[in-house]
Write a protein that binds this ligand. Sequence first.
Ligand SMILES: Nc1ncnc2c1ncn2[C@@H]1O[C@H](COP(=O)(O)OP(=O)(O)OP(=O)(O)O)[C@@H](O)[C@H]1O
Ligand SMILES: [Mg+2]
Length: 619
Amino acid sequence: MWAKIRTLWGWMEGRRWMYAAAVGAILLSTVFMFLSPLVRKWAVDLLVSGQQAELPGFVRRTVAWLGGGDYVARNLWIAGLAIMATTALSGSLAFVKQRWSALASEQVVRSLRERLYGHIQDLSCRYHDQADTGDLVQRCSSDVETLRMFLAVSVVEVGRGVILLAIGVPLMVSIHPTMALASLWLMPLIIAYSVLFFVKVRNTFKASDEAEGRMTNVLEENLKGIRVVRAFARGEHECERFNVCNEDYRGRWYRVVKLLAYFWSVSDCMCMLQIASVMITGAYLMIAGRGQAGGLTAGGFFAFMTIVNMFMWPIRHLGRVLADFGKATVSLDRIQAILDERPEDRLADDPAEAFRAEGELVVDDLHFAYGDAAPVLKGVSFRAAPGETLALLGPSGSGKSALVNLLLRLYDYRAGSIRLDGREIADLDRRHVRRQFGTVLQEPFLYSKTVGENIRLGGRDATAEDVAEAASLACVQDAIEEFDKGYDTMVGERGVALSGGQRQRVALARALLADPPVLILDDALSAVDTQTEAMILEALRDRRGRRTTLLIAHRISTLMQADRILVMEDGRVVQSGTHDELIAAGGLYERLWKIQSSLEEALEREARPAETGKGAGVP
Ligand SMILES: Nc1ncnc2c1ncn2[C@@H]1O[C@H](COP(=O)(O)OP(=O)(O)OP(=O)(O)O)[C@@H](O)[C@H]1O
Ligand SMILES: [Mg+2]
């Protein structure tokens, strides 16, 4: 408990004075709030019995300043004005409190969000592999929102409750101890009831939240995969799935509403009972004790009726706030769990490390597995000279993309070494390493920005000409220029507006713009037609020697021009050499080549008669 309060206190750093200002405003507001019933008591007593009641020192001084008790008694409108003034002051200060607490909580939450987001950016791929994206999103949104509500409302409400009791109770006791007891005896019960109720229904609330989460999930999944849903004519099934979740959520929410209705009616009853107790005791004391010591004046009775009403709402609320603390601590834990997660190690920003590599890559006996899963790389070794184009071929799942992940230091290898220009990359800062590689990943991701901005991600200072040159190298320039808005065309959510091949080529342009010493294309041309692919490879070949290139593909026609081809199988490099050498050597490469070339031949054979037929039709 204390640890949590300390965490929260830590997060409030720099904004604590705002909370102090809010609590100060509550203090003043409460003082003015209590002044109003005191003035009423004084005025009523004066009217009913012609007596001027005892007043607290500073009120007495104020009355003297206004012309003395007798003068005010003759001009009762002054008392009326005083009541209005104190009420207005109290209300204005309540506004000030609201403003400061809102300002403070917004700022605390804003910096918390920033910290959380920054931290998530720095977490390793290993963490993101096992983390549930939906859950992460919920922690950054709903849980942060719960804390915001808590910081905006609950923290100051606790302050208000404490101040109210600290000022109100002695004041009531000083006016009339028996009446104070009659006004307060149910309060602990009301607080306890609220706390117990909200603690008990927490699980019901949680269940309803979770049901809502499930419903949102189904909706989100459906919207994301709307094309698949349509293509497989699963619309009806999806509607049913949604209806089940919707019904579940309705049921759980109904339960919450029912419980709340129950709570408020019982709580209302208790409050009524408290008010009744004040009325009955007050009436008895007024009538039975008239004129005697310990009797209650009409003004006193009136004051108690007002004060007990002032107490009711904040006290009922206090119970809820205390119960909310439980909910807030759950959110706090969930957020803290992310912040406690160790980020990717960062080495000191050593400017000497900010090198530009020549592009010599030596991989030696590399071993790797994702977490506790079976090994994916089982001793990969190869060397790429600066400027060399290496091709990587291998069956699906043989570990090609895993190798790329290790080169980029997205994951750390278990054993072996990767040296870039003779430096072990594990000893270099990840950012320096990543800057040496221009990468097009197997599933290229484009932002919901314009095409131009997506390409410019490769180099922020790039001019329009640089962007156009990169686009032309990637053979996507013509396609972009055909769009109405050219480079300013928005790429829809997840790049829907672009075709698969266009998306890959935009990603390629982005990698080329960065002009890195090492270029990695992980199956980056798979969705590009053979002719365009040949043009891209041709363009890259013209610049051969400028950068080391690692070309991963399944089509041998893509790879055969490379300086050297590595064949991977089951986490190992099983063959390496030029196209001709590998064909001569026989083995996996030759088998794949035979399959692919016989397929191509068959396709050509099929295409030929059609073409001849078409040709014959033309006179
Ligand atoms: N994040 C991950 N966590 C655990 N296992 C993974 C992860 N990513 C890939 N794998 C596993 O690692 C193995 C190698 O995958 P990898 O993506 O490197 O294959 P690949 O050679 O690139 O295949 P493809 O040609 O289909 O792209 C596969 O068996 C795959 O199931
Ligand atoms: Mg792959």
